[in-house]
Design a protein around this ligand. Structure first.
Ligand code: GLA
Length: 368
């Protein structure tokens, strides 16, 4: 961890949780959020690490109250945000809430420009643990001068809150956000398609040096379980995010998810890669016509290696140890498959797998 980055210990590993946006858009309510919190507990997701329950855009009344404060929509949140936070905390979870740095949220609700201190205090009073600050309606503003106001506003509340910066990479946040917030979006919004996942992944290839404990690149929330991709594709999406040390924010209907989605979201050895305490984001060590290989060093001295078949036909993908280690010379590696949770054995010089279209293999390698 270098100088000039946050080191407050609030996000030592990438934050994990659930957010309403990808699946429910503006249709948020107290009932949805509490049913989801219960489902996070019952499905084992909370115990797997999914901790922040984040209410995204459109929780608001259409105007501030007479005191100038943001107000929750009373139809959707009849018992209020303070009560919702208490209910979430009672379930052993943490509470996240959304605002926007400009004049209106993306859905057109009141936003926080000029009210940063007031709104951070309002969130703190409600018991919020995680603030997502979006970037709609910010004409004339710059991320690198606007978000530090949020760092200050949160500090002034004296309540620890994760700051999730959401300016879609407009102002190259990796260059400045490490000292400002705990995570920052590196792209525009994800969609529930294979093309979107692979487009986002490609944009992360040069960002590994900017991430680490308490400051993470955020390639956006997960689409696992939302129906637009096959389980094979969702496994690749999830493996890429784990390699990228990405915040893992589920975006599906946890109350009604398939066993396949649950198995992906809670795969213990894959989650362990994402949450590895060393916090080193993967490098893309090879990209060919249809295949690519990513690698990241782990805290125990081993390496995680991801082999992906981007193509539409079966393909053999090769991970070479000299490329994984970025060092010449022949090496032997002991390979374990992290999805199968099974040892593969020793391999000299490389590991290769024939993969179905859009499939991946995620392995851990102990070099001897
Ligand atoms: C933007 C953000 C999304 C979501 C929506 C809500 O598009 O990038 O993650 O918060 O706004 O309106």
């Amino acid at each position: 961890m270098g100088l000039g980055v946050l080191s407050d210990g609030l996000a030592p590993t990438p934050p994990m949780g659930w957010n309403s946006w990808n699946r429910f858009g503006p249709f948020v309510s107290e009932r949805l959020v509490l049913e989801t919190a219960d489902a996070l507990v019952e499905s084992g997701m909370r115990d797997a690490g999914y901790r922040y329950v984040v209410v995204d855009d459109a929780w608001h009344e259409s105007a501030r109250n007479d005191d100038g404060d943001l107000v929750e929509n009373r139809w959707a949140f009849p018992r209020g945000m303070r009560n919702l936070a208490d209910e979430i905390h009672r379930r052993g979870l943490s509470f996240g809430l959304y605002t926007d740095a400009g004049t209106r949220t993306c859905q057109g609700y009141p936003a926080s420009l000029g009210n940063e201190t007031r709104d951070a205090q309002r969130f703190a009073d409600w018991g919020v643990d995680f603030m997502k600050v979006d970037w709609c309606h910010t004409a004339g503003l710059r991320g690198r001068t606007t978000y530090p106001k949020w760092t200050e506003a949160i500090r002034a509340t004296r309540r620890p809150m994760v700051l999730s910066i959401c300016e879609w990479s407009r102002d190259k946040p990796w260059e400045w956000a490490g000292s400002v917030g705990h995570m920052w979006r590196t792209t525009s919004d994800i969609a529930d398609t294979w093309a979107s996942v692979m487009d986002i992944a490609a944009r992360q290839a040069d960002l590994h040096e900017y991430a680490g404990p308490d400051h993470w690149n955020d390639p956006d929330m997960l689409e696992v379980g939302n129906g637009g991709m096959s389980d094979e594709e969702y496994r690749t999406h999830f493996s890429l995010w784990a390699m990228l040390a990405a915040p893992l924010v589920a975006g599906n209907d946890v109350r009604a998810m398939s066993e396949g989605a649950r198995a992906i979201l809670t795969a213990p050895e894959v989650l362990a890669v994402d949450q590895d305490p060393r916090g080193s984001q993967a490098r893309r060590v090879r990209r060919d016509d249809v295949s690519e290989v990513w690698a990241r060093p782990l805290a125990d001295g081993t390496h995680a290696v991801l082999l992906v078949n981007r193509g539409d036909a079966r393909a053999n993908v090769v991970a070479r140890w000299d490329e994984v280690l970025d060092a010449k010379g022949s090496r032997r590696g002991n390979v374990r498959d992290l999805w199968e949770r099974a040892d593969v054995g020793e391999r000299d010089g490389y590991y290769d797998r024939t993969l179905a279209p859009h499939a991946c293999a995620l392995v851990k390698v102990a070099f001897t």
